[in-house]
Design a protein around this ligand. Sequence first.
Ligand code: G1P
Ligand code: ZN
Length: 554
Amino acid sequence: MLDRVKFKLNCMNIHSVSTQPFPDQKPGTSGLRKRVPVFQQRNYLENFVQSIFDSLEGYQGQTLVVGGDGRYYNRQAIQIILKMAAANGFGRVLVGRGGILSTPAASCVIRKNKAFGGIVLSASHNPGGPEGDFGIKYNIGNGGPAPEKVTEAIFDRTKTIEGYQILEVEDVDLDGLGTAQLGEMTVEVIDSVADYAELMESIFDFDRIRQLFAADFRLCVDSMHAVTGPYAKTIIEEKLGASAGTVINGTPLEDFGGGHPDPNLVYAHELVDILYGENAPDFGAASDGDGDRNMILGRRFFVTPSDSLAVLAANAKLVPGYSGGLAGVARSMPTSAAVDRVAEKLGIDCYETPTGWKFFGNLMDAGKVTLCGEESFGTGSDHVREKDGLWAVLFWLNILAVRQQSVEDIVREHWKTYGRNYYSRHDYEAIESDRANTLIENLRAKLASLPGRKLGNYTVDYADDFSYTDPVDGSVSNKQGIRIGFTDGSRIVFRLSGTGTQGATLRLYLESYESDPAKHDIDPQEALGELIEIADEVAQIQMLTGRDKPTVIT
Ligand code: G1P
Ligand code: ZN
């Protein structure tokens, strides 16, 4: 019989391992994210996991889902979590084979198996490897990230925790499907892809997509050596019949092949080169480290995430899973208003939420929205409670299969109908926190004086610091970003990143609206040129940050 072992930590350890977890990071949005060597410190992960368990009630004998994006330390962390879950009294753990579960697949498995919750190991799009990042977050029974009251309880617990419970046993074999017994707890190693693939098959018209692939349609899906490889190969190549080799970089590697698995025009350059090169395929897509973000490309054509959300909403009825129409849509505040125009035409509600996926969860649980998205390459629906990269890819493929037009033609037609929301985000990374805070404070002080003022060719309609009242639970989130709206529908938004790890990151979001199709062919930086100047004038970006240009433009 195996004994539960309770480890007592000495005071020194409690201090060094228990007080670090959250303070330098906004608790809540993405769990705990640190560099691998931090997680490898003695008892560090154990303390955090025990703090999660200590903050939950009623999980005895229940099911926990565990999996991650396969990055360095994933396997070691899973062994620790399994032994701790057994010692703490869980009845069953479902773990993805090889420790692999994409973030949306984890959400799917939690929901499908009515699990108590899940632990997802990932640092999303951040680089991995022995010196890279690692992360852990807790998802609740609806499949979504734990709400703030839970993450705060976990955080509080990390400050007082004095020990943890772990079963002293051999490691579990994660590479074969099947069941193992850890003390009184059962571990089931499950197929990482099956439940998720089944869910996708229930939403999309696989036959139609198969026909598309059987014709001369060509595509390239870049998994960036991250978690979506097995999912994309099974669904797109095996089930839908795309030719072998359609999925590139499809084997998850612990260091993502040394790359930065963030699907945007900068980091997914291999895919971009293919889609903009000679003999380019018809469609290209990439996803991030843990599979929740996506980028969509047509032949020599980039679809902004904001436009992608709008196109999906406008065409949702073409997809079996949404043929009954949408309850409503939601977008994060800095995401362009392209989807708002679609919602208006469809006569459905459109919610504007603060940045971060957690705000969508309440709306979906309450049945108020079906589709939602963020400008940061995140799109999703109420099929799970995370954003979902591969789902977005399949949604596009379903639309393409039905409409038999190119990606570019579909987007251009969309602009013709709804107008084009030119959009760009400028990031100023790793600036001094004091300077960033001064910039935001200065802007706040100016807000009241802006409405009615003429700035270049634009007239300020409103200026505020975005505040959100959750329509479901009434909770209020203040100071979510400075918005300056102009009378023609153009906008400038300023906010500080909540996920950056070095200094502060200032994000400047720019959006202008153009209804005239004759003017839909301008380079976005040019179309937004005057707004970019106005933003600098109003916020004194160059002077206060000491930078003459952004670090990243998307
Ligand atoms: C960034 C994105 C945001 C996304 C978050 C987690 O947060 O901008 O849309 O929800 O990552 O993936 P930020 O660094 O801007 O706070
Ligand atoms: Zn991610």
